[in-house]
Design a protein around this ligand. Structure first.
Ligand SMILES: CC(C)(COP(=O)(O)OP(=O)(O)OC[C@H]1O[C@@H](n2cnc3c(N)ncnc32)[C@H](O)[C@@H]1OP(=O)(O)O)[C@@H](O)C(=O)NCCC(=O)NCCS
Length: 200
């Protein structure tokens, strides 16, 4: 694998308490109960990205990941090379999911929700659409890879039936640019998958 400086995400999240945007390394995890009410939000429109969405998608990924490439499964992947699904809310690009089809799976290459629209169901809709796409292409599982510090992603995916398949200890050390989420050092690649139940 070529030496690229990747891994620590200066991405922006939105504070669940005050609503302000927070830098990746300044964010914190807190335990809450189910007191937060389910909000009535505008509906999410999910569709395949068109060529004219390309720049906006790349801008969203770059804003979230600080760059337009990621390291996953031993490859440096330029995000502009992959097809994407986009989510719109109130006519705005609210989120995007880049993917590729590999022989036995659909690989989610990147997933990002604009901080303005986080906790509005955007990523849930995008991953549900990715599952439909996987089925349509005859794939029985989806795969994704993230870093040890990315607690929001590990929480999000495991809550939705994904399981860890492999931890590649130290894989991200050559690529990390600094500290990760909440100041946690970026060190390891966590590979996860979701197996789809056969359609009934
Ligand atoms: C991880 C990430 C993709 C989640 O995106 P998201 O669009 O906020 O996700 P969702 O809104 O679908 O779900 C997040 C939470 O919001 C809550 N939520 C969704 N709709 C809601 C509503 N109408 N009212 C209240 N809460 C709601 C969900 O309950 C969910 O929490 P839960 O799992 O405890 O149920 C997002 O935080 C992100 O973009 N992170 C930065 C980039 C990143 O790390 N990507 C992953 C690695 S590539």
């Amino acid at each position: 694998m070529s030496k690229h400086v990747l891994g620590a995400k200066p991405s922006v999240l939105r504070c669940a308490r005050c609503g302000r945007f927070v830098d990746w390394e300044d964010a914190q995890v807190q335990t809450v109960c189910g007191c937060r009410p389910r909000l009535q939000l505008p509906s999410v429109l999910v569709r395949q990205a068109e060529p004219e969405d390309r720049d906006a998608c790349l801008a969203l990924f770059k804003r979230d990941f600080g760059r337009a490439a990621i390291v996953a499964f031993g490859e440096v992947m330029a995000l502009e090379e992959y097809p994407a699904i986009v989510a719109e809310m109130k006519g705005e690009l609210a989120g995007a999911l880049a993917y590729r089809l590999v022989p036995d799976a659909l690989h989610i290459v990147a997933l990002a929700t604009d901080p303005m629209w986080q906790r509005s169901g955007v990523a849930s809709h995008l991953t549900a659409e990715a599952e439909l796409l996987a089925r349509r292409h005859g794939r029985e599982r989806l795969v994704f890879s993230t870093t040890n510090d990315n607690l929001p992603a590990l929480y999000f995916y495991q809550r939705r039936g994904w399981t860890v398949t492999e931890v590649v200890a130290g894989a991200m050390i050559p690529h990390a640019t600094g500290v990760g989420f909440a100041g946690i050092p970026v060190r390891d690649e966590i590979r996860i998958e979701k197996r789809l139940n056969p359609a009934s």
